[in-house]
Design a protein around this ligand. Structure first.
Ligand SMILES: *Cc1c(COP(=O)(O)O)cnc(C)c1O
Ligand SMILES: [Zn+2]
Length: 397
């Protein structure tokens, strides 16, 4: 039993029955060309009235439910798939750490490096692999800067499904090792992540398989929603600000979707302010938010490989999310990222990827420019484990 009703196009609003469409809105995606942000991304629409009732019943039956129990319930109520399809490898329910040691006041750190493959991507892979199981599909393809591939490889291994990966040859070695040890089929692309994205689309157009390209399959956003649901269950309130490391913009959109859904079901009363933390060299979503005109990032080259994207696939939806939540984009330099990474590791015990440390660097900028209200509840999404890219770390001595 679940409460998933329909897909809805985030551009034209047209609704589609599940199983009648697979990826993008058939109308809005007509003139899609590789190398542009995806038009007509689909979102899942639920029966919010029935979810509201089910949540009320849960709260009455378990008045002293702990955060983990609430997470389990919320993730089940707002999932488009029944539990039975999920791979046998637990994903999510990651710790939320309240730290005073970074800036003197409380900052919440959501550490997703503890997921099975070490990143937030497991949330999306989990749901797409479950979908393949439901459909009886035996092969899943994806493009990746590294983490999505490592994640798909692991979850496919758990489910006995073949993973086919297109990744840039320059991906950090640990991520390539993850892909290989899980026995995924690896195609190294001489070029960028954006080239890999196009190669994976071409592959699924000619092979019997499911495509997990981020934002292209609607369940990537839907899977990445669970991190937002968890924040709500762990804090007991909607946080004021959530800083999200942003490349394609799908984690940003997924976290936003959690709060759109919670609000729609009358469970939460407002949206958090979402902040896209971007590398200054990979800032297409921030520029789009500033100018209202979409333009590719000129030269995406950053130590934070996971957020290195020229053409963010979810750019249009990410812009809507920043507007709806009165959010903003913030650019940070590699230097700021690496210093934030060290600060997190030495003061909180969390060793995260450079991409994830971009959130702390962006938070410092936001404070410096007085963009954060006093006493606000602020969450930084630390999306990946530092061991995935040890070559990024430089020591002065
Ligand atoms: C993919 C990834 C991101 C960025 O997510 P997008 O959906 O591309 O914006 C951030 N951090 C880590 C660790 C990632 O793997
Ligand atoms: Zn449409």
């Amino acid at each position: 039993m679940n409460y998933f009703n329909n897909y809805r196009c985030t551009r034209c609003g047209q609704e589609y029955e599940p199983d009648r469409v697979k990826y993008l809105c058939p109308v809005c995606s007509k003139d899609y060309q590789p190398g542009m942000p995806l038009p007509g991304i689909l979102e899942c629409v639920f029966d919010y009235a029935r979810i509201a009732i089910a949540w009320q019943e849960f709260c009455i039956a378990f008045p002293s439910a702990n955060p983990s129990q609430k997470i389990e319930e919320l993730c089940e109520l707002f999932s488009p798939l029944n539990k039975e399809y999920y791979p046998n490898l637990p994903v999510g329910n990651t710790p939320l750490i309240c730290s005073q040691s970074l800036v003197g006041e409380s900052l919440y750190l959501k550490f997703d490096g503890v997921n099975p493959s070490g990143s937030y991507k497991d949330r999306a892979s989990n749901l797409v692999v479950a979908e393949a199981k439901r459909l009886g599909i035996k092969e899943i393809v994806t493009a990746s800067t590294g983490n999505a591939a490592a994640s798909l490889a692991a979850l496919c291994a758990a489910a006995g499904i073949k993973a086919v990966i297109f990744a840039p040859a320059k991906a950090p070695p640990a991520k390539l090792v993850q892909i290989k040890i899980h026995k995924a089929e690896l195609h190294l692309v001489e070029g960028t992540y954006d080239d890999a994205f196009a190669a994976a689309l071409a592959y699924s157009a000619t092979h019997e398989c499911l495509n997990r390209n981020t934002a292209y399959h609607p369940f990537t956003i839907e899977g990445k929603k669970t991190g937002g649901l968890e924040l709500y269950a762990q804090l007991g309130v909607v946080p004021d600000y959530i800083f999200v490391p942003t490349g394609d913009g799908v984690i940003l959109c997924g976290i936003a979707k959690a709060f759109y859904d919670l609000k729609e079901a009358g469970i939460a009363d407002r949206l958090p302010i979402l902040v896209a933390a971007q590398s200054e060299s990979s800032d297409a979503i921030t520029s789009y938010w500033e100018t209202g005109v979409y333009k590719d990032a000129a030269k995406p080259q950053t130590v934070a490989d996971s957020i290195s994207v020229k053409t963010p696939s979810a750019a249009h939806l990410a812009l809507k999310v920043l507007k709806d939540t009165k959010g903003m984009g913030i650019r940070v330099s590699d230097e700021e990222i690496l210093s934030a990474q060290k600060m997190l590791a030495s003061r909180t015990g969390i060793f995260c990827e450079p991409s994830s440390a971009a959130t702390l660097a962006a938070y410092f900028q936001a404070r410096e420019h007085a963009l954060i209200k006093d006493q606000a509840i602020v969450v930084l999404m630390l999306t990946g484990h530092g061991l995935k890219d040890i070559n990024a770390v430089k020591f002065d001595d």
